[in-house]
Design a binder for this molecule. Structure first.
Ligand SMILES: [Zn+2]
Length: 434
């Protein structure tokens, strides 16, 4: 198989797509074997990127992978540098796909009597680990929806972790440390997380933005997750673009080589975020409802066509919701939804007005046949809400959401629609219903 550099070249030129072939989050590279992409730089691509740097006499990791990537990372690093101890690691944020690779090295250190690794992370990370422990069921459930694939059992996704390696050194705005011949300048900007941080290694002109760059529309909208900061994210990207990095190792997606490309990718990503935030704020300042904002914000199509800005994971429209939530509140400005009647009661009224369930199901089928899947979803939803026991309504609903999932570029949308489809196949509107 070709090396990372060649893969990166094909990706940049659009010869490989990020929607399926090189989705930023899928384990799709080299069967989990790390690769030395430059002298002293060992890159691993699992669900996320984890990079190990040789500082001369010790190792430093910039992000450390998910729990089930940890053995492969450890094995790969030890094949590459059998004797150097892991002196330090940086967590770019608290997400579980970035923070579990230190454990095997610390076990090894304990056995050989070496000091533990020093882990650096933003000061908000511990609070988020605490939140994760409190919200385990929720996090398992929402990720089951987000990462749904057809036919998966309708159960929460595994056991959400409850033991975390807390950072040893926390910081608010920035921290700099040296290890061997290398300097690590770690800076904080809010973006995907309250605790997002990015690392600059000047001797190598290496930039590790964490999830502030993922070779796709930034994960700034995610419908089921805590607050994200679209505007501040762009500010961070502009700072990174000014560094003239020669190597960018993203949190997800693949490395980019060369200063021009890196600057372009970071600046374009910042521009996308700035335009969505700017338009949303302008409309909010006119007192617009969320519905109006969603209809009127124009997302530049040329940016979404860039190989590094395809909506492969998050959907650009979701970003608007997060901006709304940050500057506004949970209410979308519709008076009937302020203190709403139950959805099922509303649906029953509409279905009765339409002359009964059969007509509603028939209209949903007509919309589906005409390719108007967005409207078909709304209509069939009323049908199953009004008559949850109707096999006809569930059969059609399963079909409509399956087709809707099939036309999504965003894997997040695909997951949610697939979960809805599979739920109806089991006779439920939501798979987690008792
Ligand atoms: Zn991540």
């Amino acid at each position: 198989m070709a090396g990372i550099r060649e893969f990166s070249e094909q990706l940049w030129n659009g010869e490989i797509d990020t929607i399926f072939e090189a989705h930023p989050l899928f384990r799709n590279w080299n069967d989990r074997v790390p690769e030395e992409i430059d002298d002293g730089i060992l890159y691993y691509k699992g669900i996320s990127g984890a990079t190990t740097l040789d500082s001369g006499d010790s190792l430093v990791m910039l992000d450390t992978g998910a729990r089930n990537d940890a053995p492969a990372i450890f094995e790969g690093v030890r094949k590459w540098r059998p004797d150097h101890r892991l002196a330090a690691a940086v967590f770019s944020h608290h997400h579980v796909d970035h923070i579990f690779g230190v454990d095997p090295f610390e076990q090894e250190a304990a056995e050989s009597g070496n000091p533990r690794t020093v882990v650096y992370g933003h000061e908000a990370i511990p609070g988020h680990f605490d939140r994760y422990r409190r919200m385990r069921g929720w996090n398992s459930a929402i990720n089951r929806r987000q990462f749904a694939r057809p036919g998966m059992p309708l159960q929460p996704l595994g056991e959400w972790p409850d033991d975390f390696r807390y950072p040893d050194v926390t910081f608010r705005d920035r921290v700099t440390f040296s290890e061997g011949s290398l300097t690590f300048e770690v800076a904080h900007d809010r973006g995907e997380c309250e605790d997002s941080a990015w690392t600059w290694v000047p001797e190598l002109k290496l930039l590790a933005p964490g999830d502030l760059f993922i070779y796709a529309v930034p994960n700034a909208g995610n419908p089921q997750k805590v607050q994200r900061w679209v505007g501040e994210w762009a500010v961070g990207l502009r700072k990174m673009a000014a560094l003239d990095a020669e190597l960018l190792i993203p949190g997800h997606g693949f490395p980019i080589f060369g200063a021009d490309r890196i600057r372009t990718a970071l600046d374009d990503t910042a521009t996308l975020l700035e335009t969505i935030e700017g338009q949303t704020v302008a409309l909010m300042n006119q007192g617009a409802t969320l519905d109006r904002v969603l209809q009127e914000v124009e997302v530049p199509a040329d940016l979404l066509e860039k190989p590094y800005l395809r909506p492969a994971y998050d959907h650009h429209e979701f970003l608007i919701h997060n901006i709304w939530r940050l500057y506004g509140g949970w209410w979308e400005g519709e008076p009937d939804n302020l203190l709403p009647a139950p959805r099922a009661a509303r649906a029953s009224e509409w279905v009765a007005l339409a002359g009964g369930l059969d007509g509603v199901v028939a209209r949903a089928e007509e919309l589906r046949t005409n390719g108007e899947l967005q409207l078909a979803c709304h209509i069939i939803e009323y049908a199953v809400l009004a008559e949850p026991g109707s096999a006809d309504a569930h059969d059609l609903r399963a079909k409509i959401y399956e087709e809707r999932a099939g036309e999504q570029l965003s894997s997040m949308s695909r997951g949610v629609f697939t979960f809805a489809s599979d739920s109806s196949k089991a006779g439920k509107r939501d798979g987690f219903e008792p």
